[in-house]
Design a protein around this ligand. Structure first.
Ligand SMILES: N[C@@H](CCC(=O)N[C@@H](CS)C(=O)NCC(=O)O)C(=O)O
Length: 222
């Protein structure tokens, strides 16, 4: 099984957590592709030009981070992350909310790389609105999550992934799109979610991270 990723490991956070939980981390080989490089080979793996992408053992491709997660979860015989019972739809809603929060955060960051005078501010504010709305809803969910510390599913994985990225980079604070952004702290904004996030940090799958040195070792195939 091959996972195609960028040097920014945040994009494969959920995939690695899912592989770790399923016990198949050591079955993955990895290849780096930077989708925005002119000479990238990402198109060979994914016609949509995005990472993460994936090659199954029979050589067939898969892409879309969440689809790759569901595939890897099919190897999880102990405690699958994609519930099949009545809790499924709420877990999937939380999954798409956490992942969408992550996407919106990265889009603000990418836009902020352009010269400030060319920023599309309305677009950035729209992405910010998504982050705020997603966080408010997940803050309510977190109150329930804290009551059931033994339950762990794909909604938790994607929410932890989105929050880890905000912890690492805070494009709202960095870009200062509107008044108040300079001091914006997600932990103050959603204290229950912050409490839940802290409570899961010792989980081995969430603790696991690819080091910068390791990333450098994976081949970038041309
Ligand atoms: N939530 C998506 C995120 C994928 C994504 O946006 N990947 C970026 C990483 S740089 C990408 O490949 N962008 C290239 C593009 O949008 O063409 C997933 O998990 O599949």
């Amino acid at each position: 099984m091959k996972l195609i990723f960028t040097p920014n490991p945040e994009y494969i956070h959920k995939v690695l957590v899912t592989a770790h939980e399923a016990g198949v981390l050591d079955k993955l080989t990895m290849e780096r592709q930077v989708p925005f490089d002119e000479d990238t080979n990402i198109w060979k793996y994914n016609p949509l030009g995005k990472v993460p992408a994936f090659i199954m053992p029979d050589g067939k491709p898969l892409y879309g981070g969440l689809v790759i997660c569901e595939y890897l979860d099919s190897f999880n015989t102990k405690a699958p992350l994609f519930p099949k019972d009545g809790t499924r739809w709420e877990a999937l809603r939380q999954m798409i909310t956490g992942d969408g929060m992550f996407d919106a955060t990265t889009l603000i960051r990418v836009e902020s790389w352009r010269p400030k005078e060319t920023w599309h501010t309305d677009y950035m504010l729209r992405e910010k609105r998504k982050i705020m709305g997603a966080m408010r809803l997940l803050d309510q969910d977190a109150a329930e999550w804290l009551k059931k510390p033994n339950v762990f599913h794909i909604g938790h994985v994607c929410t932890a992934g989105g929050l880890s990225y905000l912890n690492l980079r805070n494009p709202i604070r960095d870009a200062k799109i509107e008044p108040g952004d300079a001091d914006w702290d997600w932990r103050t904004f959603v204290p229950t979610l912050a409490k839940w996030y802290d409570s899961v940090q010792d989980r081995p799958s969430l603790k696991f991270r690819i080091s910068k040195e390791d990333i450098g070792q994976y081949p970038k195939v041309k």
